[in-house]
Design a protein around this ligand. Structure first.
Ligand SMILES: *Cc1c(COP(=O)(O)O)cnc(C)c1O
Length: 422
């Protein structure tokens, strides 16, 4: 595969941007490909190579690229203007619709990214309880702000910098960590800090260390323990929302968190974040109350229009049901290959999320770190040369979109077999 243009662009970019990229995980070694265009399940790079995309912008592109309904929604909105700085008709309809799908979100606010959503949700928890400490899950990723960049997953783990420099020690000391799938560890932290912990923030299914599934009863236990110890529960559903089901993991598993954060899919591929939850908590957000949050691009009309258009397609075409079937086809196909080749690897996932772990199926961060991440990278590079773009790390989830036909999945499985064999 010839990638001369990408090499030239990367050489130039490295002098202008840290690592040559706008977000760390994109710095694929030795050279990322530069995308010129995207459509359906495909990306084309600057040298006209075509890739089947399972990264899908790390989650948002659930309908695939350039879906006509989203192109139309964006274009229609543009003719009415794209930023008002006032309340808009769109946001009331969108808020009502989201609150109906997520009944735990009695009130909500639109922001511009998942990072802003988790930052605000944690501030609400701290402001409402008057406590500073929070608990997060080891390897959980909630964006790139100070309180949550401690043992963080995603690019932070990939690049071995889960504890970022520049986070004040005074901030980091307020972020307590517990392993996923371990109720005893959670209970012991809760017992050790009575009256000091504002909230627990958790991805109900870990998505940013590869997909790691909750063991039976774990999420119920998390809800019970946080309630018993009077600690607020934040579900970070930036990945799981609108993917595991329209009402997210909270609908699928039947758990009611106090606060929820959403993002990715619900912007239709445009920047978005949402935080919301119990009325008594959200009423304390400014201007109603003293917990401050604001943003020039909050409730961006194009993001909302495209998010709602995405929701229309997801509902009308029963996309998630179809994606669950495609996801199963992919995972079963991969398992068969791994078994046939007698490799000590595991295939993990749920709904339209999947991953080959180069090791045993992990149930928490520590176990995930035991996987052969360099082996995975070799596999990743071979797949890329075969025209298949998986996420460029053992510690990111692969996604399937509505545009991935079963023929595309079969092509991918064939390439996987030959790459794993070699
Ligand atoms: C991606 C992600 C975020 C951050 O969202 P951005 O829009 O990238 O700021 C937060 N939480 C989870 C679970 C995510 O996957």
């Amino acid at each position: 595969m010839q990638i001369d243009s990408s090499i030239r662009l990367f050489d130039c970019a490295k002098k202008l941007m840290p690592g040559g990229v706008s977000s760390p995980v994109r710095a694929i070694s030795p050279c990322p490909f530069y995308t010129a265009r995207a459509e359906g399940p495909y990306l084309w790079d600057a040298d006209a190579n075509r890739y089947i995309d399972y990264c899908l912008a790390y989650g948002p592109m659930i309908l695939g690229h350039c879906h006509p309904a989203i192109v139309r929604a964006a274009a229609d909105q543009m003719t009415r203007g794209w930023l008002y700085g006032t309340p808009s008709l769109l946001e009331v309809a969108a808020a009502r619709r989201i609150s109906r799908l997520y009944p735990s979100m009695e009130m909500l606010r639109f922001v511009s990214s998942g990072t802003e959503a988790t930052m605000a949700a944690i501030r609400v928890a701290r402001g409402a309880t008057g406590r500073d400490k929070i608990i997060k899950i080891e390897g959980g990723f909630h964006g790139a702000h100070d309180s949550v960049l401690v043992k963080a997953g995603s690019g932070a783990t990939t690049l071995s910098i889960p504890d970022s420099k520049g986070v004040p020690a005074d901030t980091a000391k307020n972020t307590l960590q517990v392993p996923y799938n371990d109720l005893a560890a959670l209970e012991s932290v809760l017992l050790r800090h009575p009256g000091q912990i504002a909230c627990l923030i958790i991805e109900p299914v870990l998505g940013n260390i590869g997909p790691i599934l909750p063991e039976k009863g774990y999420l119920e236990g998390v809800r019970r323990l946080t309630k018993e110890h009077d600690v607020l529960l934040i579900f970070d559903e930036v990945i799981t929302g609108f993917r595991l089901s329209l009402g997210g993991a909270q609908e699928l598993f039947g758990i009611k968190p106090d606060l929820t954060t959403l993002g990715k899919i619900i912007g239709g591929g445009f920047p978005v974040g949402i935080f919301g939850g119990r009325r008594d908590l959200m009423e304390q957000v400014a201007p109603g109350g003293g917990i401050y949050q604001a943003g020039t691009f909050n409730g961006s009309p194009v993001s909302l229009a495209c998010g709602m258009a995405t929701l229309d397609v997801l509902e009308k075409e029963k996309v998630l049901e179809k994606l669950n079937i495609t996801g199963k086809q992919m995972r079963e196909g991969l398992k068969e290959i791994v078994d046939d080749l007698r490799l000590p690897y595991s295939v993990v996932g749920i709904a339209s999320m999947f991953k080959i772990f180069f090791g045993e199926e992990p149930h928490n961060y520590t176990q995930a770190l035991k996987c052969d991440k360099n082996g995975y990278l070799t596999f990743f590079r071979r797949m890329l040369s075969a025209g298949i773009f998986l996420t460029p790390s053992q510690y990111e989830t692969d996604f399937i979109s509505a545009s991935h036909s079963s023929q595309v999945i079969e092509t991918t499985l064939e390439a996987t077999r030959s790459c794993l064999k070699s």
